[in-house]
Design a protein around this ligand. Structure first.
Ligand SMILES: [Zn+2]
Length: 165
């Protein structure tokens, strides 16, 4: 099974869960994703999964993932990548050991597949079918946050100051 097949099969499995399929990005987090661009959000996904669920015993495991405040947080709940209990139950990776680079990579792809689909379902512009497209006149600010005023409190890794657990 390739990682693409694993992601597609897991997305299908998740869609049969009422709880997991109840999530959608709020307007603020969707705008943040489009404003920063896919490459940056993908980096955030990898870094956030590494830092928040990657350790053998993650800090505050089970309560470490807010419902929103960053698109990756919501995607983690929707894809059962929110804590090691959910990761064990849904993705069969045992608790109590560090995640491998390959596992974090797979979970990041899953998180990104969910964000791709959610943005495509609620596009900001009705053009090419890519949910990442920004309205005319707006550009992606992958290098900085100066044009994303609502997100000034974020640090470089996408975490929100004060809520980093
Ligand atoms: Zn969880």
């Amino acid at each position: 099974m390739t990682s693409d097949e694993w992601v597609a099969g897991t997305m299908e499995r998740l869609s049969r869960s009422t709880f997991r399929s109840s999530f959608t990005l709020n307007a603020h987090d969707a705008e943040y994703a489009r404003c920063r661009g896919r490459t940056t959000i993908e980096r955030h996904a990898y870094e956030m999964l590494t830092q928040r669920v990657g350790a053998a015993q993650p800090y505050k495991d089970g309560r470490q993932t807010p419902w929103h405040g960053h698109p990756v947080f919501t995607a983690q709940h929707a894809t059962a990548c929110c804590c090691r209990g959910c990761i064990e139950r849904w993705h069969h990776i045992p608790r109590g050991r560090e995640l491998s680079v390959q596992e974090i990579d797979c979970l990041s792809r899953l998180v990104m597949a969910w964000i791709d689909r959610d943005l495509a379902r609620h596009p900001a512009v009705d053009t090419d079918g890519s949910g990442w497209a920004l309205p005319a006149g707006q550009t992606t600010h992958s290098a900085g946050l100066s044009h994303c005023p609502a997100h000034h409190t974020r640090d470089d890794t996408g975490f929100i100051q004060g809520t980093l657990l």
